[in-house]
Design a protein around this ligand. Structure first.
Ligand code: P6P
Length: 335
């Protein structure tokens, strides 16, 4: 029988490779896994109980909050606080950072940036959605209350990043800077089990992902790249296939495994891009690079951008190394 490695076993094995590890980070990841299982339970029965639909409130983006958004946010915040390893959270669902005032939390070393339930407008139509998270060491002194500066760190300072995709199966995919590993939830034992060890993304693929409804407003280089994808060319195996779900985690996860490029350029309604730097682009970029891919804002690495505000948006191009590099070439050539 094949050896099953649970997330907890994997975390402990990984911790053994880090001599100075105190177990705090391992405990934090364990609690993230618990929150993901709780959210999975509600997502899976969303059609059956009164947890679907609008909560009647708006989030900081002025978007109608879904009841599951609110549940996911509250669940993650409660679990991260209970871990005693996190001193604060920046969440898509909260205007300001949520700092934990208790003594145990003040002594915590980590902060989390997260989108508790990304793509939630897809919940009611049963399309895959996801949780996205970033982990940083705090900059403020241990023993004090977390400050805004703890959350405005560049993505290259991430200690870990990951996402949960609530799809045909539920998976937790994360990196701590030593490669990318994927765990599938085995609901019969209630454990995330290692199913995709050391994920490497193909350098070249056949999938491009973009909301072509915004075509008219795209930068010239993006328009040219889309036409390039659609041209016949036996050598470069074009035309490529267009795949766009409208749920970042689902689009990225498919491209990560099969090879593809995801693009969210500046548009009329979002002149600096729609996706948020802290809790969408940075964690996804960390995973993309660790899997051998690229992630840029059309000019520089996402991970090198110094955030100015916690809900800052950036243009986002990420995925297969060669495909994303080709997009950058087109953006540079057709400025
Ligand atoms: P559009 C979901 O609302 C989200 O934040 C991402 O998950 C997704 O990639 C993007 O927005 C979709 O945006 O404008 O194409 O609907």
């Amino acid at each position: 029988m094949n050896k099953v490695t649970t997330l907890n076993q994997f975390i402990i094995e990984q911790q053994a490779n880090v001599p100075q590890a105190t177990g705090g980070f391992s405990s934090l990841l364990h609690h993230i896994g618990i929150a993901a299982k709780k959210i999975n339970r509600e997502v899976n029965k969303a059609g059956l109980v009164d947890i679907l639909g609008r909560a009647g409130t708006e989030n900081v983006q002025g978007e109608d909050q879904q009841k599951l958004d609110v549940y996911a946010n509250e669940t993650f915040i409660a679990e991260l606080k209970a871990s005693g390893e996190c001193c604060g959270v920046a969440s898509e669902e909260n205007q300001d950072v949520v700092v934990f005032e208790g003594e145990m939390s003040r002594d915590a070393k980590y902060i989390i940036c997260m989108d508790p339930l990304d793509g939630s407008s897809n919940i009611d139509v049963n399309v895959s959605i996801g949780t996205i998270f970033s982990v940083y060491r705090r900059k403020s002194p241990v023993g004090s209350v977390a400050t805004l500066e703890d959350f405005l760190q560049p993505g290259c300072d991430q200690v870990a990043a990951g996402y949960v995709i609530y799809g045909s199966s539920t998976m937790l995919v994360y990196t701590t800077g030593n490669g990318v590993n994927g765990f599938t939830l085995d609901t019969s034992i209630g454990e995330f089990c290692l199913s995709h060890p050391n994920v490497k993304s193909p350098a070249q693929g056949k999938i491009y992902s973009i909301n072509e409804g915004n075509y008219e407003k795209f930068p010239a280089g993006v328009k040219k790249y889309i036409k390039y994808c659609q041209e016949e060319d036996k050598e470069t195996k074009r035309p490529y296939t267009s795949r766009y779900i409208g749920s970042l985690v689902a689009d990225f996860h498919r491209n990560l495994l099969k090879g593809g490029v995801f693009m969210y350029p500046p548009t009329n309604s979002h002149p600096t891009g729609k996706l948020r730097l802290l809790y969408e682009c940075n964690p996804i970029a960390f995973i993309a690079e660790q899997a051998g891919g690229l992630a840029t804002d059309g000019g520089k690495r996402i991970l090198e951008i110094r955030p100015e505000t916690i809900h800052q948006r950036v243009p986002f191009y990420t995925g297969a190394k060669d495909m994303t590099g080709k997009v950058m070439e087109f953006l540079k050539t057709f400025e």
